[in-house]
Design a protein around this ligand. Structure first.
Ligand SMILES: [Zn+2]
Length: 176
């Protein structure tokens, strides 16, 4: 098999796993959370899945990546997730990037960049930080436009809902 074929195969697999992460992001959205989803893959098999659950769990650490890492640790019965790839729809934040390094994840594949808190190059690069001995290979922009559209649609809808609620409140107060 030529390298070119391998590359094509690997990117087709990337798309499959990223689409699963997007399904999990939709699950987060259905629960009223910011839509971010993540999967951890080991030997071509999903061993951990997670979606953003911070609000529902009253837990600021319940990001999609953290949930997926926790489940992968249980599946593999190991806190070291060596030779795994983590797929996530949005560039990991500093907390998740730290957890990814601690978990010894081999590679991160993410969808949309996060200009505000992204820790895989956008604001800082904690995945391969000089002075930290474990470096995580990463690749962004995988199905980026679809991942970004999912987030943008969520925030657009939420803004519209807030506006409608404000309008309704004004209406009620003027009725009084
Ligand atoms: Zn995070």
């Amino acid at each position: 098999m030529s390298n070119k074929n391998q590359e094509r195969l690997s990117s087709a697999a990337d798309a499959v796993f990223m689409r699963r992460a997007m399904e999990l992001a939709a699950q987060a959205e259905a629960e009223g959370e910011v839509p971010v989803g993540a999967v951890v893959v080991h030997n071509g098999v999903i061993v951990g899945e997670g979606w953003n659950r911070s609000i529902g769990h009253h837990d600021a650490t319940a990001h999609a990546e953290m949930m997926a890492l926790r489940q992968a640790g249980q599946t593999l019965q190991n806190y070291r997730l060596v030779d795994t790839t983590l797929y996530v729809t949005l560039e990991p934040c500093p907390m998740c990037a730290g957890a990814i390094v601690h978990s010894r994840v081999g590679k991160v594949v993410f969808g949309a960049h996060d200009a505000k808190t992204g820790a895989a190059g956008s604001t800082m690069n904690l995945l391969s930080y000089e002075g930290v001995n474990h470096h995580v290979v990463f690749e962004g922009d995988v199905l980026a436009s679809e991942c970004r559209a999912q987030l943008q649609a969520f925030f657009k809808r939420r803004r519209a809902e807030k506006k409608a609620a404000k309008l309704a409140a004004r209406q009620t107060s003027s009725d009084v």
